[in-house]
Design a protein around this ligand. Structure first.
Ligand code: ADP
Length: 613
């Protein structure tokens, strides 16, 4: 596979419509559609209860001032009865709001949390399925920002009740309709004020969104820097880079603060505009309504209604502005999350019955034959790391790859395990192209032991079984065969001892032996070891050598070793140089060839002798 230069769209984002982005959420919302629809339905009685309250207050004032009313039922009542009726109705609207608001808020938040959890889950699954090439070009800190704070920002949209924006829009519409019904001149006055304010808010909203995107980018940078420094803290200290790295971090930190400041500016601007405009609106209604009352064109009741309408009209807008911060952050988050979810899974399992067909064409008797046919690899478009490799390793053969650093030895293993895809050519295991095999099947055939045995947080048992179901006897016998049982027994809780993340309570050798046990229990056809015996003390190395010899029996084995003394017993040595296969034979025949292997071997022998002197 070739790695394109495009990374997560961190700086060059595509402009997509905000509302289209929300479509990304649709499949998630659909899973909770019943609760969501119920919660949204509750918004309507809420908005209606809120919109009729000014009318009821206005009517109460009209009754007191004995002004004419347009409501038939009030005309039929005495003053006291009318006042009582209006007061009861007002109480009823308050009760509706009191009851429904809590229920509605609770339901929306509940659905919101479920949706965010589902998205986080999907993101995790997607990220761990992406090909290695993606991780080569994406800093881990950046991914963690997306998996944590971006998903949280989306959750905020729900927890701040920002979904109620639907009800705000509905409330504004309803209020406008009622206002025009009650008194069109005053209604028009308020609308004329509403329009410029709305456009100003939309402008600030646009600016806020851009600023928020920048702030998120800077947060990603900040997290990448943190992650890099924390993971590599030993190197930072060994090379005395604390001061320098702190200075670099200060810059990154400062840029983040600057970006956040910008978002705060636009957020405050919206609030200030709304505060100011709502007062202007009330003053306008008072002045214009006052003039109409003086001319007997308006009643006090209607004026009171419109003072309340002015407040009520800008209230949803003010709330909109408050929710808008969360919503904008939510848009940004969705955009960034879809960036990852849209990242194609480059290495996929074959579809349909391709594997079945490939198996039919393969020779069933082989158990562990590996064949490379014209295999080339370029990590970057123009740079071939492996060139036209052709070789066949028959079942059961023990092969070592040898060559100078950077020759491409580890790359061969990565291709064989399909962590990367070949740029051209094909790799066959027992006659089946590995691209025709489900990845789980491929991994079942291969047992890989890398230089640094990775340990997951969990106990010894789970570090050997890695989530698959094996009996305690299986686990123990695998550990015995690979000489790690004796160490496990010495630990406080034996096989139930908790291992720390990255295995810091184990020595390098013990970690390696545990990695051997992991492979032993799976009983793969092919054993692959990349520098598996490097950096070990002599005692552990002999235990490991024992384990290796035991594991190799009856399997095809591929070994990469820097120290040539450790591979003298292999059947065959393949020598690589600059991505090409240059020599192929056993130890003696290669020495006789006087080629690269012979000179590497002599150099190492010379080194060993001078160490012994
Ligand atoms: P070896 O195991 O023989 O030391 P590798 O297979 O690790 O060599 O690397 C071969 C070459 O490929 C090196 O020049 C290395 O810089 C390059 N390389 C290895 N991994 C990557 C990667 N993920 N992206 C780009 N180049 C890589």
């Amino acid at each position: 596979m070739t790695v394109s230069s495009s990374s997560l769209p961190e700086s060059s984002r595509k402009e997509s419509s905000d509302w289209l982005l929300f479509l990304t959420l649709l499949p998630y919302a659909r899973r909770n559609s019943r609760i969501l629809i119920f919660a949204l339905c509750l918004l309507f009685p809420l908005a209606i209860a809120s919109a009729v309250q000014p009318i009821l207050v206005g009517q109460a004032i009209s009754i007191l001032r004995q002004e004419p009313t347009r409501f038939e039922f009030l005309k039929a009542l005495s003053l006291q009865e009318g006042l009582n009726a209006v007061a009861w109705m007002l109480l009823a609207t308050v009760a509706v709001r009191l009851c429904l608001q809590g229920v509605q808020g609770y339901l929306v938040q509940k659905v919101g949390q479920r949706i965010t959890a589902d998205i986080r889950q999907d993101l995790f699954r997607h990220v761990v399925s992406l090909a290695m090439g993606f991780f080569d070009r994406t800093p881990v800190g950046r991914l963690i920002t997306r998996l944590t704070s971006d998903v949280d920002a989306l959750g905020e949209v729900f927890s701040t009740g920002a979904v109620g924006i639907v009800s705000d829009i509905f409330s504004i519409g309803l209020l406008i309709a009622i206002m025009f019904y009650r008194q069109w001149q005053l209604a028009l006055l308020l609308i004329l004020l509403l329009l410029p304010v709305t456009s100003l808010i939309i402008f600030f909203q646009y600016k806020f969104r851009k600023a928020n995107y920048r702030a998120r980018e800077k947060l990603s940078d900040l997290n990448s820097a943190l992650q890099e420094n924390l993971v590599g803290v030993n190197i930072v200290q060994l090379f005395g880079r604390e001061g320098l790295n702190s200075r670099q971090f200060r810059k990154t930190n400062y840029k983040y603060v600057q970006a956040v400041d910008e978002t705060i500016f636009y957020d405050s601007a919206v609030s200030a505009v709304l505060e100011w405009i709502s007062l202007v609106a009330i003053a306008g209604v008072l002045w214009f309504g006052g003039v109409m009352i003086l001319n007997d064109a308006l009643t006090f009741g209607i004026l009171a209604e419109f003072i309340l309408f002015a407040q009520r009209l800008f209230n949803p807008l003010r709330e909109f502005a408050e929710k808008f911060t969360a919503i904008q952050a939510g848009f940004t988050a969705i955009e960034r999350i879809s960036g990852i979810l849209g990242e194609p899974i480059a290495i996929q399992d074959p579809g349909g019955d391709r594997y079945k067909k490939a198996l039919e064409n393969a020779e069933p008797t082989k158990r562990g034959e590996i064949r490379f046919e014209n295999v080339s690899l370029a990590y970057k478009d123009d740079e071939l790391i492996l060139r036209d490799l052709n070789f066949t390793i028959p079942p059961g053969q023990k092969v070592a790859f040898v060559g100078p650093t950077g020759a491409g030895k580890s790359s061969i293993i990565r291709l064989l395990c399909r962590l990367y895809e070949v740029s051209s050519g094909r790799i066959l295991i027992d006659g089946v192209d590995i691209r025709d095999m489900p990845q789980s099947e491929l991994r079942r055939h291969l047992g890989v032991i890398l230089q640094d045995g990775f340990i997951f947080a969990g106990d010894v048992n789970s570090n050997i079984s890695l989530g698959e179901t094996y009996t305690q006897e299986d686990i123990q016998s695998a550990a015995e065969r690979t000489n790690v049982d004796q160490f496990i027994r010495l630990m406080g809780n034996g096989y139930n001892t908790e291992l720390r993340e990255r295995g810091s309570n184990l020595s390098a050798g013990q970690k390696q032996l545990l990695a051997f046990a992991r492979v032993a229990i799976r009983n793969p056809k092919v054993l692959i070891m990349d520098e598996a015996t490097a950096n070990l003390d002599v005692g552990t190395e002999s235990l490991i050598q024992d384990a290796v010899e035991d594991l190799m029996v009856g399997r095809t084995a591929i070994v990469i070793a820097h120290r040539l003394s450790t591979i003298r017993n292999v059947d065959r040595i393949l020598v690589l140089n600059r991505g090409r296969l240059v020599e192929d034979g056993n130890h003696d025949s290669l020495l006789a060839q006087e080629g690269i292997y012979a000179s590497l071997y002599r150099l190492q022998m010379l080194g060993n002798q001078s160490e012994q002197v």
